[in-house]
Ligand binder design. Structure first.
Ligand code: SF4
Length: 332
């Protein structure tokens, strides 16, 4: 389990059950009181080179904004939930675009208020809505600290309508296997070739563990998805991703192969990543390819259309070959 070097916390967290629990859980960890989890001067002033060290701290606060953002992929809304940021350090992490070097893990203790709004919105809607609760962090990782997932699933399962969904790059799913979730939770496990996981997705679970997690979740009755993301077009990318698809085919259970769905997302990268990766990692591999990528505004880069088209064709062909029964929800 993650043991923080120091805890930075807002005073009011002790007014909440989870805040009290975390303070007790980490009673032996040095603590610093902060005014706001959004603006910790000491962290703001640190150099990019301290990015990884900064991630060894845990920030605990109260979430003030609860704005749902409409979404049209696997969910209807992206919902701010119980954490943002992460203790791992994937070199392309989308959260770095939002939080820059302050992409460390923050936990928000007012979970009752957040879940209440989701349940109210779900029940008031005419149709079944799906809420993406993991777009700002990795909830399987967070759960090893807070135990928030069993709590969330237990409290959501009896809503009349709606589903929860979240993605993960972690294998620690045992905590949620024996819950009567009533089919209301969709879990999407993100995978990449072993070589990319080892060299780019620092601090996450290895491929084998993630595949075992998919099989366990499916056996526990969850609806599961497989996110091939982000696709990084390194020199031998077709070979690596074909091996990945073959590994999935060989190791996923029959039950997963029957109806798990796929999502495929090509990597986007940014100027912020380039700076942080250069300064924080020792001998980082360069995942930005200036010949294959093009600007998409605000210092962000994506693969040029011709390469994306080739990539789309590759994934459609090979996923259809190995997983003919499984839906590819989108490729972006
Ligand atoms: S696991 Fe997810 S949230 Fe954590 S660093 Fe990697 S991409 Fe970012």
């Amino acid at each position: 389990m993650f043991k923080p070097k120091a805890i930075y916390y807002e005073k009011e967290i002790t007014n909440y059950e989870l805040g009290k629990k975390l303070m007790e859980q980490y009673s032996d960890v040095p603590k610093v009181i902060i005014d706001s989890h959004n603006n910790i001067e000491e962290m703001r002033k640190k150099q990019n080179s301290e990015f990884l060290k900064m991630k060894s701290n845990l920030i605990i606060g109260v979430r003030k904004t609860h704005k749902f953002v409409p979404n049209h992929k696997v969910s209807d809304f992206l919902v701010p939930y119980t954490s943002s940021g992460c203790t791992a350090a994937c070199m392309y992490c989308y959260l770095v675009c939002n939080y820059n070097k302050c992409a460390y893990l923050r936990i928000f203790v007012n979970r009752e208020k957040m879940l209440e709004k989701i349940i109210k919105t779900a029940n008031e809607s005419e149709k079944d809505l799906t809420f993406e609760i993991g777009s700002n962090s990795d909830l399987i990782l967070e759960n090893t600290i807070t135990g928030n997932l069993p709590w969330t699933i237990e409290n959501f399962k009896n809503t009349e309508k709606g589903y929860l969904t979240f993605p993960t790059k972690f294998e620690m799913v045992d905590d949620i296997l024996n819950i009567d979730h009533k089919g209301k939770v969709i879990i999407r496990v993100s995978v990449n070739p072993e070589e990319i996981i080892n060299n780019v997705e620092y601090g996450t679970s290895r491929l084998k563990g993630r595949i075992e997690a998919i099989n366990k979740l499916k056996q526990a009755g969850y609806k599961v998805g497989i996110l091939i993301a982000p696709v990084i077009m390194v020199e031998n990318w077709k070979k690596l991703y074909l091996e990945l698809i073959e590994t999935l085919y060989e190791n996923l259970s029959q039950s997963v192969k029957r109806d798990a769905f796929f999502e495929v997302i090509f990597m986007t990268y940014s100027y912020v990543h380039t700076k942080i990766n250069e300064e924080a990692f020792q001998n980082p591999i360069d995942i930005y390819n200036k010949d294959m990528m093009t600007g998409r505004g605000k210092g962000k880069y994506m693969y040029k259309n011709e390469y994306k088209k080739d990539g789309e064709k590759f994934f459609i062909e090979n996923l259809k070959k190995f997983f003919p029964k499984n839906q590819i929800i989108y490729i972006v």
